[in-house]
Design a protein around this ligand. Structure first.
Ligand code: MN
Length: 262
């Protein structure tokens, strides 16, 4: 299926974008659900996102195990993705990362992360914090190492878009790759704005539910505004040449050369 090829290429682009935007470093990962087999999803083998090529992408089942014979090492925390896909049929793309700016909100119990800037609206009003110790005690290594851990996290995420993971990172879930990348890029920026506003003191006025709803209702994955960001990020991450648009629209690739280590 031709679309599968394009989807996997988009997943490679998404990996490179998240690396370039400092959402992930050597750790952290992004996946996308198989469009024809909803019980399968695509994710890289265990590799830093910046280095991922198409051949690194593997197909896993909702048990987090490879559907074909696979000798290469896989991400230890692939169960985050498997469990969210299992619990959320509406979700097509998942990110797990450790972006530094969100970490304080996973450990400061008195201060929930809230959407406070327009680009942060997609995280939604409620951002739950998952604490692995609540269910699994205080002797885990804090990693999501199996389906039990993953399902506990997915349960905490519920119908929300982002869950923070205490002392660890976050998991975000969305309907499309573009959407999950955008949310994951703006999540740390939203956290930074909220943190800095707190340093200024006084009341912090976040987005209202009405403002969040209005932003959501205007959203479409291939609108000019959404595409503009994806195209920009992909070019910035030296992936402009890999861009394709499912709606056949024009793709802009700028040709001045960036430093690109291979
Ligand atoms: Mn992790």
């Amino acid at each position: 299926m031709a679309n599968l090829d394009t989807l996997i290429q988009d997943l490679v682009i998404a990996n490179r974008i998240l690396a370039k935007e400092d959402v992930v470093d050597a750790y952290g990962h992004i996946s996308v659900r198989h469009p024809d087999k909803p019980n399968h999803f695509f994710i890289s083998r265990s590799l830093a996102p910046e280095l991922i090529e198409k051949d690194d992408i593997v197909e896993l089942g909702l048990d987090g195990q490879p559907v074909k014979d696979e000798k290469r090492s896989l991400y230890l925390e692939r169960f985050i993705h498997a469990a969210i896909y299992e619990m959320r049929p509406d979700v097509t793309a998942v990110v797990h990362a450790h972006a530094e700016d969100i970490l304080p909100f996973g450990i400061a119990k008195a201060t929930p992360l809230k959407p406070v800037i327009h680009s942060g609206s997609f995280i939604g009003m409620n951002v739950p914090v998952w604490d692995i110790a609540d269910t699994f005690g205080d002797h885990t290594d804090v990693l999501v190492r199996n389906m039990d851990h993953g399902r506990d996290l997915a349960k905490c995420l519920g119908s929300d878009n982002v869950a923070l993971m205490r002392g660890h990172g976050f998991a975000s879930a969305a309907r499309t790759l573009i959407e999950v990348v955008r949310m994951s890029v703006y999540l740390p920026r939203n956290a930074r704005a909220q943190m800095r506003a707190r340093m200024l003191g006084g009341e912090i006025k976040g987005l209202s539910q009405g403002e969040i709803d209005a932003r959501n209702s205007g959203y479409s994955p291939y609108s000019n505004e959404t595409w503009r960001a994806w195209e920009y990020w992909a070019n910035k991450a030296s992936c402009g040449h890999m861009l394709t648009r499912p709606d056949g629209g024009a793709v802009h690739v700028h040709d001045h050369k960036h430093e690109h280590k291979k």
